[in-house]
Design a protein around this ligand. Structure first.
Ligand SMILES: Cc1cc2nc3c(=O)[nH]c(=O)nc-3n(C[C@H](O)[C@H](O)[C@H](O)COP(=O)(O)O)c2cc1C
Ligand SMILES: O=C(O)C(=O)c1ccccc1
Length: 380
C-alpha cells in the first residue's frame, strides 16, 4: 500500500509535530515570523474582502459524489502539460516580493519546488532576479509570470527573452492587474510592498528598465516598477505580440468569464489560469471554482486550464480537477510555509497537499487523473 496516510496510522507523524498541518496553523506561524505590514499585505484581500472569503467558502459548497470498487492501491496523480509530465497537479503561484516572508525569498521557494518536483511560477516583481532564482534551483521546472509593462514594451520583451535564456518553460501573462486593487489593509498600514522588497533584493534587474529611469534613487526605481506593473491599456493586441515573440507556451492568468476563455482560444494562447488573484484585485467577483465549469465547457479540452484562489488543502484540488482543471496553483499556503520555516516549510506544505490529495483521490475511487470525469460534482 502506497497511500500517504499509512505513516500517520503507524504514528510516524509524531516525528514531525514541529510542522503545522492546516492552512490556519501555517498562517499562525507566518503571523509570528513576518512584520505586520508584510503579513497584512500578503493575507488581505481587496475592498471588503468579499471575494477573498468567497474563494474559500465556495470550495466548501462543492461536494464530490465519489465512486467505489475501483482498484486504488496505487494512485497516479501525474499530469502532462506542454509536453512535460509532472508528478502532481500542483504549481506554486507567482507571488511577488517573497523577501517579505523570508530573507532567502524566491531562492528558498525555488529549491523547495525543485526538490518536490513542482513547477514554480516566478513573478515579475520578485525579490531576487529571475536569473538568481533560476540559478538557485537549476533543475527545477519553472515558468515566468509577466506583468506587461504599461509604458515600456521593450522592457517586457527583454524580460521574456531573459526568461527564455534562463531556462523558464512558459510565460504567464497576468491580465487582472491593469491597476493594483483597492487594498485598505495596506493603506491603513501605510505599506508598500515595493519599498520593502527593494531593500532586500534586486528585482527587475534589467538594463532596459534601469536605462528608462531619469535617476536611480530608490523612490524613482519604485515608482518606475509600479508604472511598469500597471497597464490600463492592455488588450489582446499585446498578448498576440508576446505570442509572436516567444517560442514558449503563453498562458493568461486572471480569466474569469467564459467568453474571455473563448477569446483566449481564438487568440492562440496555450493555456489559461482561472483566477481572481486570491481576492486581491477586483472585490465582489465570482470565486474561481464557481466559474470553472462554464469555462471548461467553452474550452472543451483544447488547452489546459489551471486554477487558483482559495485552494487550502488537497480536497480543494480534487474538486478543481473534478470540475475540469488540469492543475491548481497555491499562493498564500506556500508563502506561509516560507515564512514559517524557509525551504523546508515550503517543502512540507507541498508534501501535505500531495499526500492529502492522494488519500482523497483514493477515497473518491480515482486511480489516475484520466478517471476524474467518473465523479459527479454537486454545488450546494
Ligand atoms: C503576497 C502576494 C503577492 C502576489 N503577487 C503576484 C504577482 O506578482 N503576480 C501575479 O500574477 N499574482 C500575484 N499574486 C496572486 C497569486 O499568484 C495567486 O493568484 C493567489 O495568491 C492565489 O490565491 P491563494 O493565495 O488563495 O492561493 C500574489 C498573491 C499574494 C498573496
Ligand atoms: O500584490 C499583488 O497581488 C500583486 O500582484 C502586486 C504586484 C506588484 C505591485 C503591487 C501588487
Amino acid at each position: 500500500m502506497t497511500v500517504a496516510n499509512r505513516d500517520i496510522l503507524l504514528k510516524n507523524i509524531s516525528k514531525e509535530t514541529d510542522f503545522p498541518l492546516s492552512f490556519e496553523e501555517w498562517e499562525q506561524k507566518a503571523v509570528e515570523n513576518m512584520l505586520p505590514g508584510g503579513y497584512g499585505y500578503a493575507s488581505s484581500g481587496a475592498g471588503n474582502e468579499e471575494t477573498a472569503k468567497r474563494n474559500v467558502e465556495a470550495f466548501s459548497k462543492w461536494a464530490i459524489v465519489p465512486r467505489m470498487l475501483n482498484d486504488v492501491s496505487s494512485v497516479d496523480m501525474s499530469i502532462s502539460i506542454f509536453g512535460r509530465r509532472y508528478r502532481s497537479p500542483f504549481f506554486l503561484a507567482p507571488v511577488g516580493m517573497q523577501g517579505l516572508a523570508h530573507e532567502d525569498g524566491e531562492k528558498a521557494t525555488a529549491k523547495a519546488a525543485q526538490s518536490m518536483e513542482v513547477p514554480l511560477i516566478v513573478s515579475t516583481v520578485s525579490t531576487y532576479s529571475l536569473e538568481e532564482i533560476a540559478a538557485a534551483a537549476p533543475g527545477g521546472p519553472k515558468w515566468f509570470q509577466l506583468y506587461f509593462s504599461g509604458c515600456n514594451p521593450a522592457l517586457s520583451y527583454s524580460m521574456v527573452e531573459r526568461a527564455e535564456k534562463a531556462g523558464y518553460e512558459a510565460i504567464v501573462i497576468t491580465v487582472d492587474t491593469v491597476m493594483v486593487g483597492w487594498r485598505e489593509t495596506d493603506m491603513r498600514n501605510q505599506f508598500s510592498p515595493l519599498s520593502q522588497g527593494y531593500g532586500t533584493g534586486n528585482y527587475i534587474h534589467d538594463p532596459v528598465f534601469m536605462d528608462s529611469l531619469p535617476n536611480h534613487d530608490q523612490d524613482t526605481i519604485i515608482a518606475g516598477i509600479l508604472e511598469n506593473v500597471q497597464h490600463p491599456t492592455l488588450t489582446w493586441k499585446e498578448v498576440a505580440e508576446v505570442k509572436k515573440r516567444t517560442r514558449l507556451p503563453v498562458l493568461l492568468k486572471g480569466i474569469l468569464h467564459p467568453e474571455d476563455a473563448e477569446m483566449a482560444l481564438e487568440c492562440g494562447v496555450d493555456g489559461i489560469i482561472v483566477s481572481n488573484h486570491g481576492g486581491r484585485q477586483l472585490d465582489g467577483v465570482i470565486a474561481s471554482i464557481d466559474t470553472l465549469p462554464a469555462i471548461a465547457e467553452k474550452v472543451k479540452g483544447n488547452i489546459p486550464i489551471l486554477l487558483d484562489s482559495g485552494v487550502r488543502r488537497g480536497i480543494d484540488a480534487v474538486k478543481a480537477l473534478g470540475l475540469g482543471a488540469t492543475g491548481v496553483l497555491i499562493g498564500r499556503p506556500f508563502l506561509y510555509g516560507l515564512a514559517a520555516a524557509g525551504q523546508p516549510g515550503v517543502e512540507k506544505v507541498i508534501e501535505r497537499f500531495i499526500q492529502e490529495t492522494e488519500v482523497s483521490l483514493a477515497l473518491s475511487g480515482i486511480a489516475d487523473l484520466t478517471q476524474m470525469s467518473k465523479l459527479k460534482m454537486v454545488r450546494e
